[in-house]
Design a protein around this ligand. Structure first.
Ligand SMILES: Cc1ncc(COP(=O)(O)O)c(C=O)c1O
Length: 404
């Protein structure tokens, strides 16, 4: 039983709670959760038609599930795309893009400062299948342009980046990709559709780690790719149904409930992050703060234009220190001195998280890869949650004020 037909032109905040509400025959108010691996067919003839895709109807959860469909429709509505396809994790979403858009002999251009596993997947794993990847400076559109070759099929951007919050100019990269017959995919896990809708800026594909802000409460892993019906539903959907990268219905339901408060959370966390970033900038034991909401961020103007006037919930800072060993020790001291912040590499949670990227999210990279990503040993990353700002400041002061 589907909810009332929605009027057109609704705002994203409304779509976040109202789009694709699927109810069972009992009419429960909250979305139904269809925990089922397979679906009973009324008779053999109907089963035959459904398996032959001559009639709509669910048969087996790897090929479709009503709760997963609701999640996909809601995310597509929030991103402003024709459709979305749900995957088990953010990395399986990126894998799905790589395996469906690329083939042997193709070339990819992406930023050298993306999430560590994305760098590994595109730069190392895909090389075994004859796909070449060039890594360029995140912020330099000319560098992206110079890296393009006749066989470039995909530009892959993550903006802002984890952990340094460098931005890409999405509209400029989309224009560049299209001028060379390539596609632009944007990882929107950090910004979320509350800050930016990449397809509206010209991107072809949007990738999500739903494990981050979409869930927002650290419960489940999830991912998604958003884009056109022709590419996402038809090409990627066909691959996913055979390849089994699916999102479980339970996880889809949890993330969908998280998405209902996404806008409120992201706006509140972003406001706290801005205040915290300004405060950190004034602390004598902090060498540098990375946050797009700060006037000192080199891409502040772009951030305000592209990200709906907000900097987002994630910031990073370098502690003071001399040499890699001392920087690492100082960063560890700040992390370990917190009593409130959770020491975990995940982000986008209502609970503030703190991590040392060089030894966690970027720990598997070679020293050279880590340096070109700009992730130094003194760097600490914070994903600001919903705690009171005064409590967060006090938590960080425990380590900062006792640094020698
Ligand atoms: C920007 C970004 N993209 C993708 C991923 C991968 O997502 P998942 O952990 O859900 O596979 C992460 C994970 O931390 C991330 O930070």
């Amino acid at each position: 039983m589907t909810d009332k037909k929605l009027p057109p032109g609704l705002h994203p905040d409304t779509l976040a709670v109202r789009e694709a509400v699927e109810r069972s025959q009992w009419g429960e108010h909250s979305e139904a959760l269809y925990l089922a691996s397979s679906f009973v067919q009324p008779n053999a003839e109907t089963a035959a038609r459904r398996f032959a895709a001559q009639e709509e109807g669910y048969t087996y959860t790897r090929t479709g599930n009503p709760t997963v469909t609701s999640f996909e429709r809601r995310l597509a509505a929030m991103e402003g795309t024709e459709c979305a396809i749900a995957t088990s994790t953010g990395m399986s979403a990126i894998l799905l893009v790589a395996l469906t858009v690329l083939k042997t002999g193709d070339h990819v251009v992406c930023s050298q400062s993306m999430f560590g596993s994305t760098i590994k997947l595109l730069g190392t794993e895909m090389a075994r299948f004859g796909v070449e990847t060039s890594f360029v400076s995140q912020t330099d559109v000319d560098a992206w342009k110079a890296a393009i070759r006749p066989n470039t099929r995909l530009l892959f951007a993550e903006t802002p980046t984890n952990p340094l919050t460098d931005l890409c100019d999405i509209a400029a990269l989309a224009e560049l990709a299209h001028a060379h017959g390539a596609l632009l995919a944007v990882d929107n896990s950090f910004a979320t559709p509350v800050l930016q809708q990449p397809v509206k800026l010209g991107a072809d594909l949007v990738v999500h780690s739903g494990t981050k802000f979409l869930d927002g409460q650290g419960r489940v892993m999830a991912g998604a790719v958003c884009g056109t019906v022709a590419l996402v539903d038809k090409v990627m959907g066909t691959f996913l149904r055979s390849g089994g990268l699916n999102l479980s219905p339970f996880n889809a339901w949890v993330v969908m409930k998280g998405m209902e408060t996404l806008s409120l959370r992201v706006k509140a966390e972003s406001a706290s992050a801005l205040e915290l970033a300004r405060w950190l900038e004034g602390h004598p034991k902090v060498a540098r703060v990375y946050y797009p909401g700060l006037e000192s961020h080199p891409q502040h103007a772009l951030a305000m234009r592209q990200q709906n006037g907000m900097g987002g919930a994630v910031l990073a800072f370098d502690v003071v220190g001399q040499g890699a060993e001392q920087l690492r020790a100082n960063a560890f001291h700040v992390v370990d001195s917190t009593l409130l912040c959770s020491i975990t590499a995940n982000l986008g949670d209502v609970k503030t998280t703190i991590t040392h990227p060089a030894s966690t999210s970027h720990g598997r990279l070679t020293e050279e890869q880590r340096q070109s990503a700009g992730v130094g040993q003194g760097l600490v990353r914070i994903s600001v949650g919903l705690e009171h700002l005064d409590d967060l400041k006090a938590d960080l002061l425990r380590g900062l004020d006792t640094l020698t």
